[in-house]
Design a protein around this ligand. Structure first.
Ligand SMILES: *[C@@H]1O[C@H](CO)[C@@H](O)[C@H](O)[C@H]1NC(C)=O
Ligand SMILES: *[C@@H]1O[C@H](CO)[C@@H](O)[C@H](O)[C@H]1NC(C)=O
Ligand SMILES: *[C@@H]1O[C@H](CO)[C@@H](O)[C@H](O)[C@H]1NC(C)=O
Ligand SMILES: *[C@@H]1O[C@H](CO)[C@@H](O)[C@H](O)[C@H]1NC(C)=O
Ligand SMILES: *[C@@H]1O[C@H](CO)[C@@H](O)[C@H](O)[C@H]1NC(C)=O
Ligand SMILES: *[C@@H]1O[C@H](CO)[C@@H](O)[C@H](O)[C@H]1NC(C)=O
Ligand SMILES: *[C@@H]1O[C@H](CO)[C@@H](O)[C@H](O)[C@H]1NC(C)=O
Length: 884
């Protein structure tokens, strides 16, 4: 979400305000893409035991709230109207506080004294589930320590469909299983600390350019067919909901031409009925387009509360708050829907135990000094202590460093060049080797690439408490280090034959609110090349030095062809986005104190042209941009494999200093699969249906007399006149509101075929097969950690078109000494072996008695061990199923 609307944007909006009621016409979505109605919003509560107690308490509390209290807790109090990036209104009278919602996925944003953790993409590259969880634990502790109720992460959308997509780095990699597992581990870690996690952005936010509505233009429409949505983009959200995530954030863009936060099929149908989501849905910042419409479509909370696309923010306009009070009094939004919104919010708060002494915010997201304005968005704001500077870092640097280190991915090591000795002279090149000389936090939200790239830019960035930069660490460890602090190859003395040149290069991206080196969030200018002509820097170094080592800090996939085959380029490490621990995490690998064990969370191809054109950035600036997912399931390795394109470095690839061998693979069947899962249990009645649904008295929304309002702070009250007028409309009975096609307020008696609580039909999570394999360190010098990856291949003759292989589970060993071994085990669920059938609207195992090939290997291109689901046998030494 944008931090601030720059003044120029506000001025622009101001100019357009007079005539900004109507958005410009948009192009129709391509034929066939539909946003069908799905009403009403299914009640939360009553679905499962794990939410039952929280719902019971929530129903009791919400039942005691007045109308103005209920509408107060479903919206933020306005941009810059409180200490956090959003702050909801409270119902203090009954003991429900304001909630503090705070960015971002890799750490508490815009405040010091926190840990700047490695980014999502780095975390994905560890392929280490336990570490993913531990990072979540540490993040959760820091959000709680700062008094934030809601963590605005993890991000599993974008999924990384577009190589140039600006925010791919906030998520975990270009595969739904990797995203799903890493997202779920993060959620468990965070929520085990009592902090509400927010899985985002639902859905199709795969590009930054044209993502948002503004008075001149519609946001783009992500046009996604049903099967692709289920098998790729919705998949990690299902995992997050299965892990109990408390909140879901909608995306800025449209899905099939209907904005995600008011797309009833998406929110009411897919999210709340099919996936049985029990928490609350929030908007992305300033994205709300309609009041009644979004409420009916399943939105539960609008943030930070203001409008943007059809009226200026910062002037006290909201689609909800006082307007939601009006909409309930005039009968357009059923009381039942408001009860459900509030109960979902309050139940989530109870479920996470936040009713028990949860700390209040002790920082201010927009004010840096100790004392300052409480509400910087107000014309006149009270001032006071706003930053207590509570240090929440504890020993989290340990887990941060471990993630940074276990992500480091060794792509080339010609002649076992690495590790290098600390005694050889080292010349380091590139400004990425050292911290930003103007200050490690000198650019707002990291909106520049001026020194070691530790994270991308935008709302997903955090304040570095310090930066262990690579050059500092090199100097601490090695005897003779020279830094050439330039991205243009300098004049250097003739190197000795043993001298090593380490070239630091980077590729950055971020959120569309800021432009860096001509890149508008997405890498629209730099593409997949290194910033600052880094590829040329490597080539020049290789023309002078015999031993060149490349360290690449990058947000995502890059093209390495300009230099990868040069014989002088002996070693290449992808160090991803390490956060604050960029130094020792790297040099301990370089000097052999530990072996690299990271794996690529995306493919690296020979050329960007090898991806389908539909994965390019799209723009039709004068009308609505259509982003149509015509490639279907075929992104990243799924696409390269299908078209028989050999990747330069395959998804899941990464070398070690030692070698590992897989042996003794075995498979056992656990749950017998039929073509269809057993029907989900019926949905019991929610306690919400017993709540009072009569339109409340207008007086419940009256503005109290003598209340000292802060100008443009958002309140839920109406004037007596307005409240009475609305009530008069509502009390006439059937509302004149032009309800959308297909609207109904009556709860559906049954669930959709795939529906069920906490992620869908529980049978989808039945374990169908377990696999195990013994991993042995067959080297003689170095210890190291190995990653086992399991990919499934559907039986031959399957009537559905399926990718050749798809990642379904992974596991990492402990540090294995030479000769040591460990057995890794894996699980495959019913869902893992299913396809989404668009006609049956269910997960189907196409051929339950057929031979699924269950491949076990160390990357998607090193699959030589296979187990068969029919014979329950395994063999090794088998040819790879894909071009390698
Ligand atoms: C989007 O349109 C496609 C093509 O008709 C359809 O398969 C899919 O279900 C639609 N998605 C939603 C959420 O309505
Ligand atoms: C709404 O929340 C604000 C902020 O906490 C509070 O000042 C106001 O009194 C609340 N309104 C109601 C109706 O409780
Ligand atoms: C918090 O961070 C500020 C700014 O970096 C620093 O000056 C201060 O010493 C830190 N306080 C604590 C308690 O760590
Ligand atoms: C009720 O109020 C809402 C919010 O102002 C408005 O959009 C809607 O049209 C009103 N309904 C009626 C029937 O007047
Ligand atoms: C450091 O290495 C450079 C380049 O090989 C060499 O010229 C210089 O003498 C070395 N310095 C020391 C103190 O060894
Ligand atoms: C690896 O290094 C050897 C010399 O040690 C060289 O002959 C060969 O071309 C190099 N291979 C690559 C891929 O750079
Ligand atoms: C339901 O709410 C209406 C309006 O506030 C009130 O008049 C009525 O007494 C309530 N019914 C019950 C059973 O509490």
């Amino acid at each position: 979400m944008p931090k601030v609307l720059s003044l120029s944007v506000v001025a622009l909006l101001g100019a357009a305000f007079v005539s900004a009621d109507q958005l410009v016409d948009r192009d129709p979505v391509p034929a066939g893409y539909v946003a069908n109605p799905y009403y009403p919003t299914p009640h939360g509560g009553g679905w499962t035991d794990d939410w039952a107690e929280a719902y019971e308490k929530a129903v009791a509390l919400v039942s005691r709230m007045t109308l103005a209290e209920k509408t107060n807790i479903t919206a933020g109090t306005g941009q810059f109207m409180g200490r956090c990036v959003a702050n909801t209104g409270s119902a203090n009278r009954v003991g429900f506080p304001q909630l503090c919602l705070q960015d971002g996925p890799l750490g508490v944003r815009t405040t010091p004294n926190v840990t700047a953790f490695p980014a999502g993409i780095t975390t994905g590259a560890t392929f280490n589930k336990e570490l993913m969880y531990q990072r979540g634990v540490a993040i959760g502790q820091e959000f709680k320590g700062k008094g934030a109720n809601v963590y605005l992460g993890p991000s599993v959308g974008p999924l990384g469909r577009k190589p140039r997509g600006g925010r791919n780095w906030e998520g975990f990699g270009s595969d739904p299983t990797l995203q799903g597992i890493a997202g779920a581990e993060t959620i468990r870690g965070v929520q085990d600390q009592g902090v509400i996690a927010t899985i985002k952005h639902l859905i199709g936010n795969e590009q930054e350019l044209y993502r948002m509505y503004n008075p001149f233009q519609a946001a783009y429409s992500a046009n996604i067919d049903d099967r692709t949505l289920h098998e790729l983009y919705l998949w990690p959200f299902a995992d997050g909901i299965h892990a109990g995530v408390g909140s879901v954030m909608a995306a800025y863009n449209d899905l099939n031409g209907s904005a995600t936060h008011q797309n009833s099929m998406l929110l009411n149908g897919l999210l709340k009925d099919e996936l049985g989501f029990q928490g609350f849905v929030q908007t992305d910042w300033l994205s709300q387009l309609s009041g009644v419409g979004s409420a009916l479509a399943g939105l539960d909370m609008t943030l930070p509360g203001d409008t943007l696309a059809n009226a200026l923010p910062l002037f006290g306009y909201s689609h909800w708050m006082y307007e939601l009070s009006r909409s309930v009094l005039n009968g357009s939004v059923p009381v039942d829907r408001l009860n459900d919104m509030c109960t979902r919010i309050v139940a989530t708060w109870y479920k996470l135990g936040q009713d028990q002494d949860y700390p209040k915010p002790n920082f201010h997201a927009w004010v840096g000094s100790a004392n300052g304005q409480l509400y910087p968005g107000a014309l006149f704001s009270p001032s006071g202590l706003v930053n207590e500077f509570v240090d929440v870092q504890a020993n989290h640097a340990v887990v941060a460093k471990q993630v940074a280190q276990e992500a480091i991915t060794l792509l080339k090591n010609n002649g076992s060049f690495l590790p290098i000795s600390t005694n050889v002279p080292i010349s380091a090149f590139g400004t990425d080797a050292r911290a930003d000389p103007q200050g490690i936090n000198s650019c707002t939200d990291k909106g520049c690439n001026r020194g070691t790239l530790t994270m991308g830019w935008g709302s997903g960035a955090a304040t570095l408490p310090y930066l262990d930069d690579p050059i500092g660490s090199l100097r601490r460890k090695a005897a003779n280090v020279t830094l050439y602090d330039t991205n243009t190859f300098p004049k250097v003395p003739k190197p000795s034959s043993e001298e090593v040149a380490i070239v630091f290069i980077s590729s950055d991206s971020g959120e569309n609110t800021l432009t860096v080196e001509g890149n508008h969030g997405d890498r629209d200018n730099t593409g997949l090349a290194a910033y600052f002509n880094g590829d040329e820097l490597v080539r020049k170094a290789a023309a002078t030095y015999n031993n060149v080592m490349v360290v690449y800090h990058t947000v995502g996939t890059v093209i390495v062809e300009p230099w990868i085959d040069l014989p002088q380029v002996k070693g290449v490490l992808i160090a991803h986005l390490p956060g604050q621990e960029a130094g020792d995490s790297l040099t301990e690998v370089l000097f052999g104190e530990t072996s690299p064990s990271g794996k690529l969370p995306y493919s690296i191809s020979y050329s960007e042209d090898e991806y389908p054109a539909s994965l390019s950035l799209v723009a039709t600036p004068l009308s609505q941009t259509q982003d149509t997912y015509s490639e279907g399931l075929y992104i990243d390795y799924r696409h390269l494999n299908k078209d028989g394109i050999k990747p330069r470095f395959a998804f899941g690839y990464g070398m070690s200093y030692t070698t590992f061998e897989l042996s003794e693979a075995s498979v056992s069947a656990v749950t017998k699969l039929d073509r269809l899962p057993p029907a989900a249990p019926a949905r019991p009645t929610s306690p919400i249906s017993a709540m009072n649904t009569t339109i409340p008295a207008a007086s419940e929304a009256y503005e109290p007399s003598g209340f000292n309002k802060i100008w443009r702070y958002l309140y839920s009250w109406l004037s007596k006149g307005d409240a009475d007028k609305a009530y008069a409309i509502g009390s006439r009975g059937s509302s004149k509101y032009p309800y959308p096609r297909g609207y109904s307020g009556v709860q559906k008696p049954s669930l959709p075929p795939a529906g069920g609580p906490n992620g869908g039909n529980p049978a989808l999570w039945d374990v169908a097969y377990t696999l195990s394999v013994k991993v042995t360190n067959t080297g003689s010098t170095y210890s190291g950690k190995a990653v086992g990856q399991v990919y499934i291949q559907f039986p031959q003759g399957t009537s559905y078109d399926t990718p050749i292989i798809q990642l379904r589970d992974f596991a990492k060993t402990a540090d294995l000494a030479p000769g040591a071994s460990q057995t890794l085990s894996f699980q495959l669920t019913r869902r893992d072996l299913s396809v989404w059938d668009v006609v049956e609207q269910n997960w189907v195992v196409p051929n339950p008695s057929g031979a699924y090939r269950l491949w076990i290997g160390q990357s998607s291109a090193e699959l030589n061990t296979v187990c068969y689901s029919d014979s329950l046998t395994c063999e090794s030494g088998v040819a790879s199923p894909v071009v390698v």
